[in-house]
Design a protein around this ligand. Structure first.
Ligand SMILES: Cc1cc2nc3c(=O)[nH]c(=O)nc-3n(C[C@H](O)[C@H](O)[C@H](O)COP(=O)(O)OP(=O)(O)OC[C@H]3O[C@@H](n4cnc5c(N)ncnc54)[C@H](O)[C@@H]3O)c2cc1C
Length: 409
C-alpha cells in the first residue's frame, strides 16, 4: 500500500483524503492542527455557490467558477441553503455608480460576460439535464426593474441590478456530511490537534512528516502552504499573496429578514449574504480587507488572529464599522447587531493586489490551486470552496502517475 499524508483538514484536505481512499492501494493519514477538522477559513465564508457573477472582469475566471460550482452541486445535491426560498437562492448583484472604480469595465462589457455565462450554463444543461441544478437557463439572471432596484437598497448608489440564480451553501449541513464520510472511510486516519512541525525529504522514497515516513504528500494547509513546503525545501513557481478578510456575522433587523443576498460591485464594495434564521454575513471592503502580504507566511500576530478568532475590542470595532459600511448601500443594516467577526484568509496568485482595480490579480482567479512541487509532493489550495472537488481529483491523478512511474523503475 502507498502511504500518503494529507496536511490540513479544511475542505481541500478532507475532499482530497476522501478522493485518495477511493483507491484501495492508498492508506491516508490526515494531519490537522486544530481540535476539529473543517474549522479553518472554509468555515468562515458566506458559502456563495458562485456561478461566475463575482468575476465580471474576467470571463475565464467566471466560467471556471461556474463549472466547479455546478460539478459540486451535482456531486453533493441537497446542500443549497433555503431550497425553494427565492430570497435565499437568488443572489443579487448591483453595479455601483462609480465609473472611476470601474477601470475600463463598461456596462456593455459586463452584460456580454453575463450573457456568455448564461450560454455556458445552457450548454452544461444541454450536455446533461442533470446539470440543471440552478433552474432553467432562461432564468439564469434577470435585470431588475427600477422599483425592485429601490427595494431596501440605496438606489442613488447603483445603476444596474441583476438577480441571479446563485445560492449559498448550507455549510453546517455539508461539513457534518463530510465528517460522517471521513468517519466511515476505510484506510483513512485523522489526527487532530496535530500540527505539522517537521518535514524531511527522503529523496525518491518520499518524506518524513513529524518523524513518520510517507511515500507521498498533499499539502492543503492554505495560509501555511509555503512555509510547510519550505520545510521540505520545496518552493512554488507562483507568487502567492495572503489576505486576511474580516467577515461580520450579524443579527438582521426585521426589515432585512427576507432580503436577497446582495453584492455591490464592481471593485470590492460591500456584500450581504442572507444565511436565513435572521442571520446575515457581511463585508465592507475598506474594513474587511484587514491585512495583506506577499511573504511566504503571515506574521505571528496575524497568524494568531486567524487561529484564535478572538473577539478583541479592536476586532469588534471593525465589525461595527463593517455594519456602518454596508448600511451605505442597505440603509436598514444600521439596525443590525454584531454577533461575531470571523477572520479568514484568501490566497491569490500574481502581484497586482490593488483590491479597488477590477483588472487586478485579486479579481482574476484562473488558478484552481494545484501545483506539483516534486514527483511525490502536491500543493492543493482550494482557491474557491467549490474548486476543492476538481482539485482533489487532480491531486489523486498526479500521485497515481508518480506511483505508476515508480513501479516501472
Ligand atoms: C471572507 C471570505 C469569504 C469567502 N467566500 C467564499 C465564497 O463565498 N465562496 C467560495 O467558494 N469561497 C469563498 N472563500 C474562499 C474559501 O474560503 C477558500 O477558498 C477555502 O476555504 C480554502 O479551503 P482550504 O481547505 O484550502 O483552507 P482551510 O479551510 O483554511 O483549511 C486549511 C486547514 O489546514 C490546517 N493547517 C494549517 N497549518 C497546518 C499545519 N501546520 N499542520 C496541520 N494543519 C494545518 C488549518 O487548521 C485548516 O484546518 C472566502 C474566503 C474568505 C476569507
Amino acid at each position: 500500500m502507498r502511504k500518503i499524508a494529507v496536511l490540513g483538514g479544511g475542505i481541500a484536505g478532507v475532499t482530497t483524503a476522501l478522493e485518495l481512499v477511493k483507491n484501495d492501494a492508498n492508506r491516508v493519514t490526515l494531519f490537522e492542527s486544530k481540535a476539529h477538522i473543517l474549522e479553518g477559513t472554509s468555515a468562515r465564508t458566506p458559502g456563495r455557490m458562485g456561478l461566475g457573477f463575482h468575476y465580471l472582469a474576467d470571463l475565464d475566471s467566471a466560467s471556471q467558477y461556474l463549472h466547479s460550482t455546478v460539478g459540486f452541486a451535482r456531486q453533493f445535491p441537497g446542500f443549497i441553503l433555503g431550497q425553494g426560498q427565492s430570497h435565499l437562492t437568488r443572489g443579487r448583484y448591483f453595479l455601483v455608480d462609480d465609473p472611476s472604480q470601474r477601470h475600463g469595465l463598461s456596462l456593455p462589457k459586463i452584460m456580454s460576460v453575463i450573457q456568455a455565462l448564461q450560454s455556458a450554463y445552457a450548454s452544461l444543461c444541454e450536455q446533461d439535464p442533470a446539470n440543471q441544478l440552478f433552474g432553467p437557463p432562461d432564468q439564469f439572471f434577470r435585470v431588475l426593474k427600477q422599483d425592485q432596484l429601490n427595494d431596501r437598497i440605496n438606489s442613488d448608489k447603483v445603476i444596474l441590478g441583476i438577480e441571479t440564480c446563485e445560492a449559498l451553501l448550507d455549510w453546517f449541513k455539508f461539513s457534518n456530511h463530510l465528517k460522517q464520510l471521513v468517519c466511515h472511510a476505510q484506510n483513512l486516519s485523522i489526527f487532530t490537534n496535530t500540527p505539522v512541525k517537521t518535514v524531511r525529504s527522503i529523496g525518491d522514497y518520499g518524506f518524513y512528516i513529524n518523524g513518520e515516513p510517507f511515500d507521498q504528500v498533499v499539502n492543503c494547509t492554505w495560509e501555511n502552504m509555503e512555509s510547510i513546503a519550505a520545510l521540505a525545501k520545496l518552493t512554488s513557481p507562483n507568487t502567492a499573496s495572503l489576505r486576511i478578510k474580516l467577515l461580520a456575522e450579524v443579527h438582521l433587523p426585521p426589515a432585512l429578514l427576507n432580503m436577497h443576498s446582495s453584492f455591490f460591485c464592481v471593485g470590492p464594495y460591500a456584500m450581504f449574504s442572507n444565511m436565513g434564521k435572521g442571520v446575515g454575513r457581511i463585508t465592507y471592503a475598506p474594513v474587511t480587507n484587514y491585512f495583506h502580504t506577499q511573504e511566504a507566511a503571515l506574521p505571528q500576530e496575524m497568524a494568531s488572529l486567524v487561529t484564535q478568532c478572538a473577539q478583541t475590542p479592536a476586532i469588534e470595532h471593525a465589525g461595527r464599522q463593517i455594519i456602518d459600511g454596508v448600511a451605505q448601500f442597505i440603509p436598514a443594516m444600521r439596525h443590525a447587531s454584531l454577533k461575531k467577526v470571523y477572520p479568514g484568509v484568501v490566497r491569490t496568485y500574481g502581484t497586482n493586489m490593488n483590491i479597488y482595480d477590477p483588472q487586478s490579480d485579486i479579481h482574476r482567479r484562473r488558478e484552481r490551486g494545484i501545483e506539483q512541487l516534486s514527483p511525490h509532493w502536491v500543493n492543493n489550495a482550494a482557491m474557491k470552496l467549490f474548486h476543492a472537488l476538481p482539485n482533489a481529483r487532480d491531486a489523486a491523478v498526479l500521485l497515481r502517475a508518480d506511483a505508476a512511474h515508480k513501479e516501472t523503475i
